[in-house]
Design a protein around this ligand. Structure first.
Ligand code: PLP
Length: 379
């Protein structure tokens, strides 16, 4: 068997963290539901497991696979993306400061402004797409720079390489939320990030039926701190969710490539539609982040795009109501296409335009999706 580190992404998706069960010959791994493990007469744990929250075989398999796909030394799995982002923030000490994008996932921003602030961790929200703004916000108290690219729901891009170099000059760690791009399309470690965070609920799970999160690192001391937090704070995923997500990772690349190709076709279609005011997708030459996309996401820009209708919130709702193949629901990354009026899910403080609809493109045939949009956009 060749060394695992020399294997290609597709091969790792199938094999990393996956061994034939030596007790049964099972080709598909078992779901290990046990919460506790027998000790030998001498008090030792024969298989290295003692209690489910500390570690368990199903979670370990998932963690090994995520680490391999993201190109990190270890992944630490959590019960949700929110639990994973909070784990990263737990690395920041009181009195220190986090720089985060103004256009952060709303739950991430809320953790910083409403929970971490109470622990004495400061946060400044800036325009991360503007490297001058990042430079201006740097100071010795900044210990963590949070990047989320492409952003949600405007699909703006931040330059992971440039921001990481700047942060490291100032002694700060960089964490990239890679949920939208996935390691299929964007490689934050190769660009300089120290930590990669995922909501596994989205593309990793990929079928809208499992919740999870992960923090990936490339450094043993960061792993040690995160492992301590994982078992102590206890926001760990259940074995069956780990099993579902590990299973879905086998098809991650095929799914994301297909979703990304369809999204580009749909973006091109919408961009010429008379009832569409604007399309937000970095794969379009008209997008302000397009040249950065070509370097940072050379194989595609992902399966999420947004567009503004030529009209108000009422028209946006009317278009969403007419769609038959797109389901009106929040979330993204599943096999089924979804549409969402983002401003109303983000709440009264949302800065998202009221005429904006966000699409998560699934695995349906792109011609069927375009026909559905065509009929829904008819006056
Ligand atoms: C969904 C999401 C999260 C939060 O993840 P949950 O699994 O819902 O807790 C964080 N970041 C991004 C970009 C997301 O899309």
């Amino acid at each position: 068997m060749p060394s695992k580190t020399s294997l290609q992404f597709e091969t790792l998706s199938v094999h990393a963290g996956h061994a034939i069960d030596s007790g049964s010959g099972d080709v598909s791994p078992a779901v290990h539901l046990a919460t506790t493990y027998e000790r030998a007469k001498d008090g030792s744990f024969a298989f290295g497991y003692s209690y489910i929250r500390e570690d368990n075989p199903t979670r370990k398999a998932l963690e090994s696979c995520i680490a391999a796909l993201e190109g990190g030394s270890a992944a630490v799995a959590f019960a949700s993306g929110a639990a994973a982002s909070f784990a990263v923030f737990s690395l920041v000490q009181p009195g220190a400061h986090v720089l985060a994008p103004r256009e952060s996932y709303h739950g991430t921003a809320k953790q910083l402004s409403e929970v971490l602030a109470g622990y004495g961790v400061g946060c400044t929200f800036i325009d991360m797409t503007d490297i001058a703004a990042v430079r201006a916000a740097m100071n010795p108290t900044v210990k963590l720079v949070w990047i989320e690219t492409p952003s949600n729901p405007m699909l703006n891009l931040s330059d992971i390489g440039a921001i990481s170099a700047l942060a490291h000059d100032h002694g700060a760690l960089v964490c990239c939320d890679n949920t939208f791009a996935t390691p299929v399309l964007q490689r934050p470690f190769e660009l300089g990030a120290d930590i990669v965070m995922h909501s596994s609920t989205k593309y990793f799970g990929g079928h809208s039926d499992a919740m999870g999160g992960a923090v990936v690192v490339n450094d043993a001391s960061l792993e040690k701190r995160l492992r301590m937090y994982q078992s102590t704070a206890g926001g760990v995923p259940a074995p069956f969710d780990c099993w579902l997500i590990r299973r879905s990772l086998a098809t991650l690349k095929l799914r994301v490539q297909a979703q990304s190709q369809s999204a580009l076709q749909i973006a091109n279609y919408l961009a010429t539609h008379p009832r569409v005011e604007r399309v937000y997708y970095p794969g379009l030459a008209s997008h302000p982040g397009h040249s950065l996309a070509r370097q940072q996401m050379p194989h595609g820009c992902g399966g999420v795009l947004s567009f503004g209708v030529r009209g108000d919130k009422k028209l946006a709702f009317a278009v969403a109501a007419k769609l038959e193949l797109f389901t009106r629901a929040t979330s993204l990354g599943g096999v089924e296409s979804l549409i969402e009026h983002r401003a109303s899910i983000e709440g009264p403080h949302s800065v998202t335009p009221q005429n904006l609809l966000r699409l998560s493109i699934g695995l349906e045939h792109v011609d069927d999706l375009i026909r559905d949009l065509e009929q829904a956009l008819q006056a």
